[in-house]
Ligand binder design. Structure first.
Ligand SMILES: NC(=O)c1ccc[n+]([C@@H]2O[C@H](COP(=O)([O-])OP(=O)(O)OC[C@H]3O[C@@H](n4cnc5c(N)ncnc54)[C@H](OP(=O)(O)O)[C@@H]3O)[C@@H](O)[C@H]2O)c1
Length: 255
C-alpha cells in the first residue's frame, strides 16, 4: 500500500520564509503541489526564493510581512489572496530567540520575543481564520512551538513563555474553529541547526549540549517534513488542538 499527499489547489502561507525552517516548509509544501506565499521582513531573500520556486515550475509569491504589525499582516494576506485566493494552509513559523537571564531581561527583550513568537501567531492566525470563515473554506493552521513550550531552559524565560503560550492558544483556536472546518495544531521541534542557533551549536558549549541529548545529534530538516505534511493535509482531518514533539526524545528525558 502506498500513500501520497497531494496539496494541489491549496494556498500555503509560510511566515519566516526567509530562513531556516521557513524555507524548508515552503519548499515541502510547494513540492506537494500547493501555491506558496513566502512571508518575512527581508524582502530580497523571499523575492529570490519565490523566483527559485517559479523557475522550478512551482507557484510562489513573496509578501513582505512583519508579523507583529496588524496592518502589515492584513496587507500581506490581501496580497496573497489577490495572487492565489485565501491561504488555507498557514504555517506560523516566524520567531526569534534572544537568550537573556531572567534578572537581566528588559522590557525590550521581553517584547521582542513575545511579539514575534506569540503576538505574531495570534495576528496571523486571526487574519487567516477570519478570511477562511468569510470565504467558507476549510483550512489548517500550523503553529510552530518548541520543546521549550513544555520544559524550561536557563536564559529562555521569554522564549519558553512565548512558546507555551502558542501551545495554549493553539488549543483554544482549535476548539473555536473546528466548527468552521479549520484545524489548528502545534509542531514542537527540538533542536535543528538554523541561523537562530548555528553560532551556539558550532561552539564547544553547543557541542557538549548536543552530546547530552538522547540521540547525541541535532534533528535534520527532513525529519520535520512528514509531521508538517500530516498537519497540512486533510488526511489528518480529525486532528486538531494537538501538539506534536519532533525532538529525538529530548523532552521524554527527566534529567
Ligand atoms: N531551530 C530550532 O532548533 C528551533 C527549535 C524549535 C522551534 N524553532 C522555531 O522555529 C521557527 C523558525 O526558526 P528558525 O530556526 O528557522 O530560525 P531562523 O533561521 O532565525 O528564522 C527565523 C525566521 O523568522 C522570521 N521573523 C522573525 N521575526 C519576524 C517578524 N517580526 N515578522 C516576520 N518574520 C519574522 C525571520 O525573517 P525576517 O528576519 O526576514 O523577517 C526568519 O525567516 C521559530 O518560531 C523558532 O522559534 C526553532
Amino acid at each position: 500500500m502506498s500513500y501520497s499527499i497531494d496539496l494541489g489547489g491549496h494556498v500555503a502561507l509560510v511566515t519566516g520564509a526567509s530562513s531556516g525552517f521557513g524555507i524548508h516548509f515552503a519548499r515541502v509544501l510547494s513540492e506537494a503541489g500547493a501555491s506558496v506565499v513566502l512571508a518575512a521582513r527581508r524582502t530580497e531573500r523571499i523575492d529570490a526564493f519565490a523566483a527559485q520556486i517559479k523557475a522550478g515550475g512551482g507557484a510562489a509569491a513573496a509578501v513582505t510581512m512583519d508579523v507583529t504589525d496588524p496592518g502589515s499582516v492584513a496587507a500581506g494576506f490581501e496580497a496573497a489572496t489577490q495572487a492565489f485566493g485565501p491561504p488555507d494552509i498557514i504555517v506560523n513559523n516566524a520567531g526569534v530567540a534572544n537568550p537573556v537571564g531572567f534578572l537581566d531581561l528588559t522590557e525590550e527583550d521581553w517584547d521582542l520575543v513575545m511579539g514575534a513568537n506569540f503576538k505574531g501567531v495570534r495576528l496571523v492566525g486571526r487574519e487567516a481564520a477570519s478570511r477562511l470563515v468569510a470565504a467558507k473554506k476549510p483550512g489548517s493552521i500550523i503553529n510552530i512551538g518548541s520543546i521549550l513550550a513544555h520544559g524550561g531552559q536557563p536564559q529562555q524565560s521569554a522564549y519558553a513563555a512565548s512558546k507555551a503560550a502558542v501551545v495554549q492558544l493553539t488549543k483554544v483556536m482549535a476548539l473555536e474553529l473546528f466548527r468552521h472546518d479549520i484545524r489548528v495544531n502545534a509542531l514542537c521541534p527540538g533542536y535543528f541547526r538554523t541561523e537562530m542557533n548555528e553560532e551556539f551549536f558550532g561552539s564547544e558549549a553547543g557541542k557538549a549540549y548536543i552530546a547530552r541529548t538522547p540521540g547525541h545529534r541535532l534533528g535534520e530538516l527532513s525529519e520535520l517534513t512528514l509531521p508538517l505534511l500530516m498537519f497540512a493535509s486533510s488526511a489528518s482531518g480529525f486532528t486538531t488542538g494537538a501538539s506534536l514533539m519532533v525532538d529525538g526524545g529530548h523532552t521524554a528525558r527527566l534529567v
